[in-house]
Design a protein around this ligand. Structure first.
Ligand SMILES: O=C(O)C1=C[C@@H](OP(=O)(O)O)[C@@H](O)[C@H](O)C1
Ligand SMILES: C=C(OP(=O)(O)O)C(=O)O
Length: 439
């Protein structure tokens, strides 16, 4: 079998301990915040993956001084505006790099081109570009209207009035404006208000943004999830050293392992002190019958043994707050005692792939009956004699590969195609997975 396919081990139990890689959402935010901040920042526990590598490479290209102390430790000397006023940046498929850099560079007054992989050019950015254009930014679409790649030129940025942004397609647009706002508030010596028009999805990611901005000296005033005010004269200053916690979305796969493989699986790097919304996946697991113990910076999960015919409890829930960990719940539905429904997950359609479509097709390959609609999916569990051996396509989506690793507990052989797509956020995923499962 080639490296383009990985036959999953036939697993009956899962137990052991692992240390999580750093959070993608926190790593890419603090890289950018440190690059904009006065003073030197040492980041510890940085995620080393494709998404953070494109951010690091972009910042270096922009003239930011970054010393690698090790693969997960860097020292950054910030400076705003960036020294390099003209650059063509390649940002892969990293939403957490593309969206915030668009906002920051649009306010900095240089000439920049931002592009990514073909899928990134199918992921919408129009709501962010509209908000920036209304502010006076000069942004052109180089391909299809509303999508990357983008050309950014020096605009005539106006102060005054609230910035309005839609939050129904991605919360990353609001995050981008929040992160960039001090560039306005600092220069204009006026408070900057950002108002969300209509619905805001994925709210816990905004909480991460606000938490980290505060660590860099900018306290944003929040009125519900509708209006955010950045005080006049706000500017980022280095917090000195900042330790990045483990990735809670990555933790979801190992929490799931404990839930279906008996456990205990002990996950180091996130716990009750975490600032990541995906920790709420623990509540879904408890609802499904797993036992979750949360420590300050670790979490332990035990559960049923699906290989002995035991089942998890079915659920019908709204997953808007945890769209990434929700994929893990969809995979766990294979082992439930009834149909499981995931609602309010329309954003799945515009992520690394159309995840509702991809999940529907691939879960069905294993023998599950699946129904789906514009923003929901229902997965019927697979009965003992209904499992079908399958090669699972991963659609260049790291989470497809990681959540389908849970099919190792099925009674049939399962192969994951193109498993190296996990490199977006977790290059060592399958090595860690193998250490935790026993046949
Ligand atoms: O801000 C972030 O770090 C993220 C926000 C979420 O995206 P949406 O807001 O587009 O749902 C999430 O899916 C993504 O993996 C990371
Ligand atoms: C949606 C995701 O990534 P991005 O940060 O590129 O939006 C994800 O990691 O599931």
């Amino acid at each position: 079998m080639t490296a383009a396919a990985l036959r999953l081990p036939s697993a009956r139990t899962a137990r052991g301990e692992l240390i999580l890689p750093g959070s993608k959402s926190i790593s890419n935010r603090v890289l950018l915040l440190a690059a904009l901040a006065q003073g030197a920042t040492r980041l510890e526990g940085l995620l080393d993956s494709a998404d953070t590598r494109v951010m690091l490479a972009a910042l270096r290209q922009l003239g930011v001084s970054i010393d690698s102390v090790g693969p997960t430790q860097v020292e950054i000397r910030g400076e705003a505006p960036f020294a390099v006023r003209q650059a063509a940046l390649f940002l892969g498929n990293a939403g957490t790099a593309f969206r915030p850099l668009t906002a920051v560079l649009a306010l900095m007054g240089g000439d920049y081109q931002l592009s990514g992989v073909p899928r990134m050019h199918e992921r919408p950015i129009g709501d962010l570009v509209d908000a920036l254009t209304a502010l006076g930014a000069d942004i052109q679409y180089l391909g299809e209207q509303g999508y990357p790649p983008l050309a950014i030129h020096a605009g005539a940025i106006k102060g005054g009035g609230a910035i309005r942004v839609k939050g129904s397609v991605s919360s990353q647009f609001l995050t981008a404006l929040l992160v960039a706002a001090p560039l306005l508030a600092g220069v204009a010596h006026k408070a900057v208000a950002i108002e969300v028009e209509g619905e805001l999805i994925s709210k816990p990611y905004i909480a991460i943004t606000l938490n980290l901005m505060a660590r860099f000296g900018v306290a944003v005033q929040r009125e519900g999830w509708k209006r955010f005010t950045i005080p006049a004269g706000a500017f980022y200053r280095s917090p000195g050293t900042l330790a990045i916690e483990g990735d809670a979305s990555s933790a979801s796969y190992f929490m799931a392992l404990g839930a279906i493989g008996g456990g205990p699986v002990r996950i180091q790097g996130v716990g009750s002190q975490s600032i990541q919304g995906d920790m709420a996946f623990a509540d879904t697991l408890e609802e499904m019958g797993a036992v979750v113990t949360c420590h300050a910076t670790a979490i332990e999960v035990s559960g049923v043994q699906v290989a002995r015919g035991e089942r998890l409890r079915a659920f019908d829930s709204d997953f808007n707050l945890i769209p990434d960990a929700a994929m893990t719940a969809a995979a766990l539905a294979l082992y439930a005692d009834g149909p499981c429904t995931l609602r309010n997950i329309g954003s799945w359609r515009v992520k690394e792939t159309d995840r509702i479509h991809a999940m529907h097709i691939e879960l069905a390959k294993l023998g599950a009956r699946v129904e789906s609609g514009p923003d929901w999916i229902r997965v019927h569990p697979v009965a003992k004699d209904q499992w079908r051996a399958a090669s699972i396509a991963t659609y260049d989506d790291h989470r497809m590969a990681m959540c389908f690793s849970l099919a190792a507990f099925s009674p049939v052989p399962v192969t994951i195609l193109d498993p190296e797509c996990v490199g977006k956020t977790f290059p060592d995923y399958f090595a860690v997975f193998r250490r935790l499962v026993q046949s």
